[in-house]
Design a protein around this ligand. Structure first.
Ligand code: HEC
Length: 152
């Protein structure tokens, strides 16, 4: 008995909710704000920032070199300006500040990969062909970006 009542209540609730969603549709031709993708959602599980919201400092020569290699090897997942994508988190996040993820963890991540442990993007595979010589400047670049954005 009780469960039948419960099911009835749930169904009534669903019907009401459906009607509400239908009623709240904008009229045809109305301006609808673009749907914000998960990439820019900035939730705890999938942090992403708009690349345009990242403060871009004047980069040192080493960081410029690092940016070129980051854009080739890392941006596909970590995004332009390390803002994050649906495949990987932004690295301009207090979690990745030097005191919490020192440079060694950046080398390790790129050379050995990372088993997902902070987010729900999945594992980070080792980055094919990346070398320690490239990673030094990539880390300098990321630290300069972090610094300019108050992540330190
Ligand atoms: C195929 C996608 C992908 C690529 C390419 C990639 N990453 Fe990642 N990376 C991830 C994901 C996903 C995580 C988050 C794992 C987790 O949940 O903690 C991550 C995490 C990290 C972390 C944090 C490591 C830790 O100890 O928690 C660092 C640092 C990092 N990436 C640096 C880089 C650098 C530098 C490059 C380029 C050389 C790169 N990543 C390329 C997907 C990627």
């Amino acid at each position: 008995m009780a469960s039948k009542f419960l099911i009835g209540t749930v169904i009534t609730g669903l019907v009401l909710a459906g009607g509400f969603v239908w009623l709240s549709q904008p009229p045809a031709g109305a301006q609808v704000a673009p749907v914000v993708s998960g990439m820019h959602g900035g939730t705890d599980t999938q942090p992403g920032l708009n690349p345009d919201d990242i403060v871009l400092p004047v980069l040192s020569a080493t960081a410029e070199q690092g940016k070129a290699d980051f854009d080739k090897g890392c941006a596909v997942c970590h995004g332009v300006n390390a803002a994050g994508t649906e495949r990987g988190p932004t690295l301009i996040h207090s979690l990745y500040r030097p005191g919490h993820h020192p440079d060694g963890s950046f080398y390790r991540a790129a050379l050995q990969g990372v088993v997902a442990h902070h987010w729900r993007f999945g594992n980070m595979p080792p980055v094919p062909g990346i070398t320690e010589a490239e990673l030094g400047p990539i880390i300098v670049y990321l630290r300069e970006l972090q610094q300019a954005n108050g992540v330190n």
